[in-house]
Design a protein around this ligand. Sequence first.
Ligand code: GLN
Length: 549
Amino acid sequence: MRPVAKKIKFLSTYIMSKHIFVTGGVTSSLGKGIIAASLAKLLQARGLSVTIQKLDPYINVDPGTLNPYEHGECYVTEDGAETDLDLGHYERFLNIPTSQANNVTTGRIYQTVIEKERAGAFLGKTVQVIPHITDEIKNRIRLQETLGTYDIIITEIGGTVGDIESLPYLEALRQLRREIGKENCVVVHLTLIPYLSAAKELKTKPTQHSVKELLQAGIQPDILVCRTEYALPKELRDKLALFCNVDEKSVIEAIDAETIYDVPLLMLKEKLDKIVLKKLGIKNHNEPDLTQWKDFLGRLKNPTREVKIGLVGKYNELQDAYKSIYEAFIHAGSVNECKVRVIPIHSETLENGDIANKLKGFDGILVAPGFGERGIAGKLEAIRFVRENNIPFFGICLGMQCAVVEFCKNVLGIKQADSTEVNPNTTEPVIDLMADQKEITAKGGTMRLGAYDCKLQKNSISYKAYGKVDISERHRHRYEFNNAYLERMEAAGLMATGKNPASGLVEVVELKDHPYFIGVQYHPELKSTVENPHPLFVSFIKAALQHKA
Ligand code: GLN
């Protein structure tokens, strides 16, 4: 039953979809993205069509120029937008692609308004936060209504209520709610109920304060989702309901979960989806069909075997820097009924010898994407070791480029072989800046970004994994394999098994006579979802299992 997605007239505006907003209180990192994605999953499983978007209050136009230490992974969409990593969760949970339209920052909002001002759109007027910035925020929120026939649009507001940066977003939300009517708009406030071990008590005061902040902005939340380490007793729920002015049923417990993939089921148990639908006046009597999701969880939690994978990178202090890779391993592990233990290895620690000892006991090594010269030597050491010792290898983007450099140096004997990203003056640029990048000096949004086609060679590891010749994968890079070295490289056994059909750009390299050695210029991790685990991750885990056996 698909009940809504029809035009609803309210005041002077038509709305095509109902809206859910997710705000955050007390602290950051409570997992708004996971709660939003879980709620979306439940609604989708009931047969409703849902999309999620994220509003980020920082001034960068997009997170593409942010260091992974600052902001975690930069997630790239099909259309080449560099976005917040929460969009990765949306795609992994919902199994539908997002786009540039699903992520907006304050920087982009201001950029648009300033461009309009320069074009004369506000002639005669003083341009101000209210109404000009808030109008633009509302436009962006409602843009989704025109992009698809969504029953429900979920908007996650980044940051924490009380931040100066969040104020225009809350004001825009207050206005929008007034314009489209409360029955078309639900506000879910995610908050923290800390446990004081000395007092052995869960505390509600921080939540009361954060709701007060919201009220000051003119927003009464409809539902409180409470992050907690311990179950919320009834008295506490009642107290929160009373002080925060919501009904008792709308105080939802979000207890710490073993895996983020448990959260949709925990929210189902707490009836978050039902409460939301009731508040939005959507009659939906379908029970959510979560069969596939539960199958996935069943296999994830009951592995029959285990492999140990080394993730060689340089941003290892922060797991979020490789978020999609970790998640892709979880998906691929579940398919193989295999627990994948991913051990981060800082590439710089591999630089001073004793590599055999450092990589002992690994069933596979993945060399991660990255930028700049720091840590490259360690990556080359790791690749040489796994190449010579028949250990499964998977190189992604920079990892693939390092595999080429290592092969050219140590097998072809081209001692000066390098990437010009690492050594701009090398006489043997086996990895070089792409021709169309040479004139570019600006850094934001200027890489080769988004989905490009690739043609695979039959009889390759990749073809076997994908089961087809024509694939499309997402990219984020400036450098590429230098085709001047192709003949020599292939003659020695490193084969270019995947190429972009239009430009001839090498997308995949594979080593002959090795059980599993593959490097890809693209980012397969970005397309792995619960329902569609990525074939290369699945085949890499299979190879690791074989290696272990
Ligand atoms: N730094 C490399 C390039 O720009 C690889 C990028 C990446 O790993 N995402 O080509």
